[in-house]
Design a binder for this molecule. Sequence first.
Ligand code: NAD
Length: 417
Amino acid sequence: MNSAARFNPREIVERNFTRAAARLGLNDEQQMMLRTPFREVKVEVPVRLDDGSLKVFLGYRIQHSGVRGPGKGGLRYHPAVDADEVRALAEAMTWKTAVVNIPFGGAKGGIACDPTKMSRGEVERITRRFVARIHLLLGPYRDVPAPDVNTNAQVMSWIFDEYSSRHGYSPACVTGKPVELGGSLGREQATGRGVLFVLIEHLKDFSRGLKGQKIVIQGFGNVGSNAALLLAERGAEIIAVSDVCGGIVSQNQKGLPVKELVAHVKKTGSVTKFPGAEAVSNEDLLLLDCDVLIPAALECVLHKDNASKVKAKIIAEAANLPTTPEADDIFAKKGVTVLPDILTNAGGVTVSYFEWAQNLQQVFWDEERVNADLEKYMSRAYRAVADLAAQAKISLKDAAYRVAVERVARAESLRGT
Ligand code: NAD
């Protein structure tokens, strides 16, 4: 997926924000206030590696907006992390929390490193050192990180520990924690479950169900694998999946046995070489004939060079910013529906909100309540976006941004600047 290097994810949020702001009639000053990040921090993170050498990594935390609540957004460990990517993802979080109407702003963080080539001890040390550098900017009412690409509940535990050792016991300082440390039941699967709910709602609008839908998923990490499991449970057929090592496609377009595939990944570290499936490259996987394509890896994977060759009828954006503006235009012309990322993958941040709220109140919800409330938030958000899209005759993405930008603009004008 070297496409990520060729396209700037910032252009995606820029274009979507500008279209929404223009439709809402926001003036230049209002637009400037809404698009300018509140705070950007870049830190050098020196870490002693296992071989005794000292290496300095670059880390970022960008708080785009705190107008509707504390900054909220994931922490990504990946070699391609840079300021532009984190800035774009932070802004996308502002619009995402607004679409699902939870009391947070938008933030994002990242460290340019490759944790797949680091030991557990090295990942722990880089995490702790990063928190030591930025802890004054974090906090339950300031900025609350969560997992993203290559970070998980264990990384969140170290953040919780490092932050709490300086500020006192503070489980609400980070979400996506293990349940034993105050994590919420249902958080692990929440982003995938949110994708499921949005897709179900969308298909309902056309009196269709999930059963028999042929689905292709790029990325088989937290989001991709959980979406696959939940969709397959509801009768969809996952015909192809991929990860950073490559992809597999089922023979005869039959659904892959997802539970066995997850066990295979646990054992071997990749979806590749799954018995009975054929190999497919990540590029070709996106072009397979299917009903629904779910990009669930990195941004900018659907772009002007491949969009016209995509055969899926629906694209459910589980990854953040997977579609460039040129690709969006091509999909609109071809009649391909794009379920926008700021809505479709908002299940994770929604359950993060539930986790934060439980931590602040020192209570625990059972999983049924978490999943039922998630469904309520996701279907309500989908309905608002789909109704506006139908009424204004605009795409779901334009409608999602318009709902979001309007909410943040209103909050900003009420608070005064
Ligand atoms: P993850 O690290 O758990 O999984 C990422 C997956 O993508 C892995 O299977 C990895 O092998 C694959 N991948 C990485 N590079 C790839 C490449 N070049 N080609 C194909 N596959 C590649 O990350 P995740 O948490 O599942 O996040 C995936 C996407 O979903 C990201 O865009 C993230 O920002 C977004 N997202 C995550 C959450 C969440 O709760 N984790 C919430 C909202 C959005």
